[in-house]
Write a protein that binds this ligand. Structure first.
Ligand SMILES: [Zn+2]
Length: 215
């Protein structure tokens, strides 16, 4: 716009805007689109729920697509309070560090590759027993995973879930994503499938007797 008056003909103060960019499939099961962060997470959770509907479960399962994660984990906070879960697994995207313009981020985030499978975080935000259950299940299901460490609370819904009420056994499963927070985020559909399969297999193993007390 050339002036405030010109802009005000089209939008009002506070209108939310996005750059319109559709979903496009690329070669080798890769896809590009807008806001895969975190529509990809919502997809994998719903797909896991679909897989679980054909499996035997021994716990009550809630699938939640949270709002306002990027501005302070706000939806996860209210959802966790409302549901009051014993266990919570957050699904988010994480930086794939396997492309040329990633620069020094790879030094901090470690090596994360597209098609490398679900990224499982370890650290104080994560319940050690739940972490072990996820890694063990991945091995049994022959799903390759990538393990990363986060020495603090993560910037994801896992942080809000863990700190809910008197504390929740929490884990974080992430989807490798290139060009995060741009209108052309890029991921592997194979990774999405692997995350859903792993999520469903882990949830199917949790029973009322599963003990998440760390030591
Ligand atoms: Zn984000």
């Amino acid at each position: 716009m050339k002036s405030k008056a010109e802009a005000e003909k089209l939008v009002s103060i506070g209108d939310p805007l996005v750059i319109q960019y559709g979903f496009e499939e690329l070669e080798n099961s890769r896809a590009v689109g807008r806001a895969f962060d975190d529509r990809a997470g919502a997809f994998t959770i719903l797909e896991a729920a679909r897989l679980l509907s054909k499996m035997t479960t021994q716990c009550e399962v809630h699938a939640v697509a949270t709002v306002q994660e990027e501005i302070g984990l706000r939806g996860a906070r209210t959802a966790a309070f409302g549901i009051e879960p014993d266990v919570g697994i957050a699904v988010d995207v994480t930086f794939a560090t396997d492309h040329p313009n990633i620069g020094s981020v790879v030094n901090q985030e470690g090596k994360v590759e597209l098609d490398g499978g679900p990224v499982i975080t370890r650290g104080p935000n994560i319940n050690p027993k739940l972490f072990e259950l996820i890694v063990k299940t991945a091995k049994e299901e022959k799903i390759p995973v990538q393990i990363v460490a986060e020495a603090r609370g993560t910037g994801t819904d896992a942080n809000a879930i863990q700190l809910n009420r008197a504390g929740v056994a929490t884990a974080l499963i992430s989807i490798p994503l290139r060009y995060m927070h741009s209108p052309c985020e890029l991921l592997s559909l194979k990774d999405l499938e692997a995350v859903s399969k792993l999520l469903a297999a882990v949830v199917a193993k949790i029973t009322p007797r599963t003990n998440f007390i760390p030591f």
